[in-house]
Design a protein around this ligand. Structure first.
Ligand SMILES: NC(=O)c1ccc[n+]([C@@H]2O[C@H](COP(=O)([O-])OP(=O)(O)OC[C@H]3O[C@@H](n4cnc5c(N)ncnc54)[C@H](OP(=O)(O)O)[C@@H]3O)[C@@H](O)[C@H]2O)c1
Length: 112
């Protein structure tokens, strides 16, 4: 199965990529480093071709309230549009324990 891990070079993404590859899947470790950027949409169309599952493990470079909200809104919008255009059937997003019970800018941005 072809799986794209957005943020595949990050703390959680790199472990996820290794584990999925060990299980025999074709995995794209997507990040700006590898030419796939959910903010600019660079490389998204090519990465989505033939993909069955996208796992979104991207994180904002800035945790400042406005910046993090803009990051998750723009990244999510671009990613979902690219997935829909390529008929990707499954989107997995990583949430945070108690995200709906703690009020801070980062958690608000993730919830949106
Ligand atoms: N760490 C935790 O304890 C924890 C707990 C619960 C949930 N989460 C969630 O899990 C996700 C990943 O967290 P993490 O700690 O693994 O983050 P991280 O180590 O900071 O990694 C972030 C990843 O996002 C990529 N990225 C940044 N901007 C991007 C863009 N424009 N397009 C595509 N990829 C982009 C980075 O790529 P580059 O390396 O190229 O910059 C990197 O691969 C976050 O959404 C976070 O909220 C984390």
């Amino acid at each position: 199965m072809k799986i794209v891990v957005i943020g595949g070079t990050g703390l959680i993404g790199s472990k996820t990529v290794a584990s999925l590859r060990q299980s025999g899947h074709e995995v794209v470790a997507a990040s700006p480093q590898s030419g796939i950027n959910t903010i600019t949409s660079e490389g998204l169309k090519e990465a989505m071709a033939g993909t069955q599952v996208v796992i979104d493990l991207a994180n904002s470079p800035s945790f400042e309230d406005k910046a993090v909200l803009e990051f998750f809104e723009t990244s999510g919008r671009n990613l979902l549009a690219a997935e829909a255009a390529a008929n990707v059937r499954h989107h997995v997003a990583l949430s945070i324990v108690a995200i709906d019970r703690t009020d801070n800018g980062y958690f608000r941005a993730k919830r949106n």
